[in-house]
Ligand binder design. Sequence first.
Ligand code: OAD
Length: 256
Amino acid sequence: MVVYLGSTTMDMIDRIVQLMHRAKRCVVLTGAGVSAESGVPTFRGSEGLWGKFKPEELATVDAFLSNPKLVWEWYNWRRKIIGEVEPNPGHYALAEMETLFEHFVLITQNVDGLHRRAGSQDVLELHGNINRNKCLECASRFPDDIEINPDNIPVCPQCGGKIRPDVVWFGEMLDGNTINRAYDESAKADIFFSIGTSAIVHPAASLPVEAKRSEATLIEINVDKTPLSYAADFHIEEPSGQFLPILLEKYKEIAS
Ligand code: OAD
């Protein structure tokens, strides 16, 4: 496939590539937009999940307590979508970018596991992973390869609590070690990419701000403007699955 980018974007690519060559520490934050070209629905926007479903009925502890069957049906539906899709060229480009820098970490809000499937190694999954199971009460891990029947939800062998998906729901704390490392990495970054995220859900949304405050170059790749666009050094308005492979090629061209 040949992708044509506007001349402004092409000019920005050259400048970004130069900055990438100089940077030692690169941090990437991704959101649902990175997986959109794989066929995973985003949350916001006209076709987003939160336009069709109510988060308070599906993605909170209270929702699970009052209707665990409905919650599991919804997560099984999302698991099925995710199980049927493949990483897209954007995921693969990011996996390859990991090899370009002295230090690289990928922070994602996505629970779909597509970055790891594409080969990324150092991935911080801020919001968990939809394919994992854990106990609602004691948080013990439960085997992931067991299909959950919403009419007969298994219970934890340790404490008898109901098994739930290992994702972060609204109102829940993120894993402390994961978010602390994400802050630390962001504060030390020379170059920070915010890709395919609406940049409004905290604490993830404060990571690019932290990086910028610590004088990293901030690059946003998104098909739309976000509240971060005005603070970014570069705002690239292109689909990440098309733009990232081109950026990578340009990097290699200039490197050789
Ligand atoms: P959103 O659905 O809020 O935002 C997706 C962003 O991706 C939007 O800004 C789109 O413009 C952009 N986008 C869509 N397609 C794109 C493409 N092909 N290339 C580049 N950008 C594209 O998703 P997140 O920001 O990830 O949390 O949402 C953050 C959190 O809110 C999620 O992790 C989830 C949700 O509620 C929890 O469930 C805890």
